[in-house]
Design a protein around this ligand. Sequence first.
Ligand code: AMP
Length: 219
Amino acid sequence: MTKKELIFLGPPACGKGTQTNRLAEYLNFPHVDTGSLLRAEIKGETEAGKEAKSYIDKGQLVPVELVSRIIKNRLSQEDCKNGYILDGFPRSVEQADELEKMNAEIDKNTDTKFIAVYFDIDTSILVERIVNRRSCPVCGEIYNLAFKAPKKENTCDKCGAQLTQRKDDTREVAQARFDTYNNETAPLIDYYKNKGVLKSIDANGDIETVWERLLEVIR
Ligand code: AMP
């Protein structure tokens, strides 16, 4: 069986998290989301979390050594052996080179298929999306007060936990995150295009429409 390695690119709040959560369930692959892994380190007050916090609060990238260590550890686990959904890594050319090295080490003698999915979206709507975003700290479900509100105010439809707002989902930090994306992450679009593994999808539209487009390109 071919191991499927799916990575996702796109600006903050482009809908990657919502779609990749669903895709992970659909394909029965683990959803490896660097942002959530880092927030869990912060919550657990680990050394890594303490180091990561100052960068996250400013909308900057956490140092590559720290995030690569966390990701390598996660991708080496047994549940990733048939495939994984990697959301939020790599976020720079340096991280992409690191991922290639990790995969070469982890995948010895394994037949693999690597796809980079790019969520192509009109960025003018994204700051509003960010400030309206809420998420479930327990099951990870993502909501938006403007277009995907929970049925009961501030309560997760799936598991009933109280929803929270990410500390970096403010207008000020959002702007810094867009700058970081444009400077460091956007060059990966050409990087993966040149390797012949990039699939772009139109990420404008409602959740169902984007989901159908996503399924088309990951087959
Ligand atoms: P996200 O949940 O993907 O929006 O990520 C939230 C924050 O975590 C980012 O603004 C970064 O500060 C940090 N972060 C997430 N993924 C990475 C990564 N691959 N490299 C460095 N920092 C990251």
